[in-house]
Design a protein around this ligand. Sequence first.
Ligand SMILES: NC(=O)c1ccc[n+]([C@@H]2O[C@H](COP(=O)([O-])OP(=O)(O)OC[C@H]3O[C@@H](n4cnc5c(N)ncnc54)[C@H](O)[C@@H]3O)[C@@H](O)[C@H]2O)c1
Length: 446
Amino acid sequence: MTDSHNLSRRDFVKTAGTAAVGAAVLSDSSISVAAPAKRRYAIIGTGDRAVTMWGRPLVQNYPDLLEFVGLCDINPKRVEVARQMLGVSCPTFTDFDKMLDQAKPDLLMVTTVDGFHSNYIARGLDRGLDVMTEKPMVIDEKQCQAVLDAEKRNKKNIVVTFNYRYAPKHQKIKEVLLSGAIGKVVSVDFSWYLDVYHGADYFRRWHRLKSKGGSLWVHKATHHFDLINWWLDADPVEVSARAGLEIYGSNGKFRAPNCRTCPHTSECRFFYDMKKNDIRMQLYAKCEDADGYFRDGCVYREDCDIYDTMGAVVKYSNGTQMSYSLNAFMPFEGYRLAFNGELGRLEIRDYERQPWEVEKQSEIYLTKSFGQREKIEVPEIAAGHGGGDGRIRDLIFKKTDVPVYMRLPDSRAGALSCLTGIAARKSVELNRPVRISELVSLPPKT
Ligand SMILES: NC(=O)c1ccc[n+]([C@@H]2O[C@H](COP(=O)([O-])OP(=O)(O)OC[C@H]3O[C@@H](n4cnc5c(N)ncnc54)[C@H](O)[C@@H]3O)[C@@H](O)[C@H]2O)c1
């Protein structure tokens, strides 16, 4: 391994785990005049997210910074299709240890089904790698402790790729709150709407099982809870929640294993014709005989044990309280959010998809108490996750300068966002409020 290689590894850790502002994870040309060594990059879990977010854009945008050295998935067919989609020539594997032994990566991206993240994060850290993981970092408190312990024993910090923070509109909200315009935030109203397309899609796949995705309290809401923790600069303390499964799963009057084999397509309002999507046919249908994973699974399968209707009250370390709801069967997609402050209210209405025309995708208003309402302008970005996907990739792989509050999210952020959802899930199951301190012993805030 070259010196520049070692330097870039240290920079990765520094950027992820401390108040470092940049993302000098790959090289530092001010230190070495020689061409920086490319990071030896590997991916575990080669589904859609790996291909479209952590694969193809990296091949296209950072060819001088990264070398793909290995791809691994439990499905031997999918990993090969993914390799072809990326257009890389590295070997593919179905055995993770074999990939690490033979491909010798130094940077690992974890994009498997959620319930397996923690295992690969810990094994990657134990092998001395720099590790990045997709959200949610973990799906239960045991996994959470395992990741924190693995970091501690290896003296390394992971990056949890919370892309939502990097949408310009979300950065703007952070900046308005930091400016003190509404004073101390007393309470938050947050409602997230998943529509009959996107919401239903979670019930077609592994996400419908708590054992795989921790329920939408964790799989989906981890994004929202991370945003709130970051916006408020506070930790969740206690969660009380209620939830139900009202539309999908056993609520259906008929069912089949998946849409392509279903005799009820004409009467099912959730029928999804995957044959129209060539990429999904290649990546999933063509590979399903290897693992039985249907990308167009029936939303009414009776084994579904997650919720489609969720409401929670969360108390934070700074005294703020939030009322939060997540519904997965809405006629439109987006969210409503308001910060109620001592000096005013910051309100956001975000439209992602709806059966009517809107002028702007996001409307943000700041209203001062005893004062006027002001419209806050933000750039509209059509790219992935409101522009967050591209910005977090640049932050990780290029040497981009950002303010301290835009630093890369670490395991503490990964843990606290998941733990809010885990506490909510437990609160529903136990029918009582759940304190975060019951779940995991967390490192102090830095
Ligand atoms: N940040 C975001 O906005 C965002 C968006 C989409 C997905 N994601 C996350 O990305 C990850 C992947 O999601 P996806 O939509 O690509 O799912 P997917 O089902 O399409 O892909 C997951 C892949 O993991 C593989 N896999 C399953 N179990 C495995 C195991 N034990 N070991 C190795 N591989 C295994 C599957 O075969 C599959 O190829 C998830 O954690 C998801 O939460 C994040």
